[in-house]
Design a protein around this ligand. Structure first.
Ligand code: UGA
Length: 439
């Protein structure tokens, strides 16, 4: 099929590439000429395992094209995806101005000669946005244009986006338009995944409800971790025990510094705002947010308790990205921690397998911070090691080397990556989340 994706951010670029990979002809549109130029050169603007190769292969096969022209995109695509950002506003509501602008632009490029078009919203949007998209397109399109509107939320995770897209748990298609549904079924024919067809409003709600539920699981286990600390229990064992119940499941029960990234913090805020706008305030999600917010401060208190003061202390920080396998530092708890320690006068030497360039470019860290690619060099003469991102390289660290290089053998593990037995053997003083301390 001929597909157009408007917006080549995380979701747009990876979905477009994966649709090309399964055999569709894809035109990716972005209004940022530098981004399109980068992509035309065969480079990708983000770090995502496996994506760069897929982009190259599909461009070479002639199935994947990039352009800045919406007009070209609208001409080329029987199905036109909107995959532009939906950033948060100060009050927690979602800024839908990019969606509205793209809907208007699509409408203005459509002509009756194009025949029937499907306009699909892939961005994460508040319930009822589909109705607005339909009204906008109808208002701005010339007389006689035929189209259907669909909500098709995306559930990919950064760091495993390609696999999540090619092998999704489910495909959600929301539309009240039978013809649009036929197009969408054909589009997803090459994918082996259950397809759930709903109305537009339900599809939009599924995305916010799913992300909120996952965030709730994380905050739940973090609250349990705090109780474990007070009681001298081990949250890893508790998570294992409750996760063995199939109705609960072990995933997303990793206690730590809390969730970050460009999705959960924004989407939970948005869902709270939506619930209030609809007169059904979702107080439970406010508590999810509060627990998440407090988690970094609790960890900082733990470090402060041992170091006494941060001023003139050298801190080795392992982790900048908001999670493993990504260079994304948006809403990263690691960055929040770094800034708080810098504000209290610490000097921080940070390392991350992918996040250093993005942290330098986007995180606005101020104070005495330096970066090193070498995770062991970061430790030289440091007063403490703080682990803030769950990279597997950190979990596999040589702990004798860690002990040798630190000035004082203090390790604060905000992601429960290290095995307490190994830590003990390396004679490190060790504090983690929801597990008994080793000193
Ligand atoms: C999340 C969802 O998992 C995707 O399904 C969704 O499509 C995406 O948001 C989105 O809305 O676009 P993502 O933000 O890429 O994906 O990353 P996750 O793997 O969900 O991790 C989010 C945060 O939760 C990270 O900071 C991670 O460190 C933290 N986390 C995750 C925990 O603290 N504990 C866990 O057990 C799992």
């Amino acid at each position: 099929m001929n597909i157009t994706i408007i917006g080549t951010g995380y979701v747009g670029l990876t979905s477009g590439t994966c649709f090309a990979e399964v055999g569709h002809n894809v035109t990716c549109v972005d209004n940022n000429p530098e981004k399109i130029e980068t992509l035309l050169k065969g480079e990708i603007p983000i770090y995502e395992p496996g994506l760069a190769d897929l982009v190259k292969q599909n461009v070479a096969a002639g199935r994947l094209k990039f352009t800045t022209s919406t007009e070209e995109g609208v001409k080329n695509g029987d199905i036109i995806f909107i995959a532009v950002p939906t950033p948060p506003q100060a009050d927690g509501s979602v800024d839908l101005s990019f969606i509205e602008k793209v809907a208007r632009e699509i409408a203005q490029c459509l002509t009756p000669e194009h025949g029937y078009r499907v306009i699909v919203d892939k961005s994460t949007v508040p319930v009822k946005t589909g109705d607005k998209v339909e009204q906008t397109v109808r208002r701005y399109a010339p007389e006689g244009v035929q189209f259907g509107v669909v909500s098709n939320p995306e559930f990919l995770r950064e760091g495993c986006a390609v696999d999540d897209l090619l092998n999704p748990d489910r495909i959600v298609i929301g539309s009240n338009d039978e013809k649009a549904l036929t197009y969408m079924h054909k589009l997803y024919e090459p994918f082996v995944a259950p397809v759930l067809v709903t109305d537009i409003n339900s599809a939009e709600l599924i995305k916010h409800a799913a992300n909120s539920f996952l965030a709730l699981k994380i905050s739940y286990i973090n609250a349990v971790a705090n109780i474990c600390e007070a009681a001298g229990a081990d949250v890893e064992k508790v998570a294992e025990g409750i996760g063995m119940d199939k109705r609960i499941g072990r995933q997303f029960l990793n206690a730590g510094l809390g969730y970050g990234g460009s999705c959960f913090p924004k989407d939970i805020k948005a869902f709270i705002n939506i619930s209030e706008t609809l007169g059904q305030p979702f107080g439970l999600l406010k508590e999810v947010e509060r627990i998440n917010f407090d988690q970094a401060d609790r960890f900082l208190n733990k470090i402060r308790e041992k170091l006494w003061v941060f001023r003139e202390k050298k801190i080795a920080l392992w982790g900048l990205a908001f999670k493993q396998n990504t260079d994304d530092v948006r809403e990263s708890v690691a960055v929040t921690l770094a800034q708080k320690m810098l504000d209290e006068g610490a000097s921080v030497i940070a390392t991350d397998p992918q996040g250093i360039p993005t942290a330098k470019k986007f995180s606005n860290l101020t104070g005495d911070i330096t970066f090193t690619e070498d995770m062991y060099a970061a430790l030289d003469g440091a007063d403490a090691l703080i682990i803030a991102t769950e990279w597997p390289q950190f979990a596999a660290a040589d702990l004798c080397e860690v002990a040798k290089r630190l000035r004082t053998p203090l390790v604060f593990d905000g992601r429960n990556l290290l095995d307490p037995e190994d830590v003990k053997a390396a004679k490190l003083e060790y504090y983690s989340i929801g597990r008994p301390a080793i000193d």
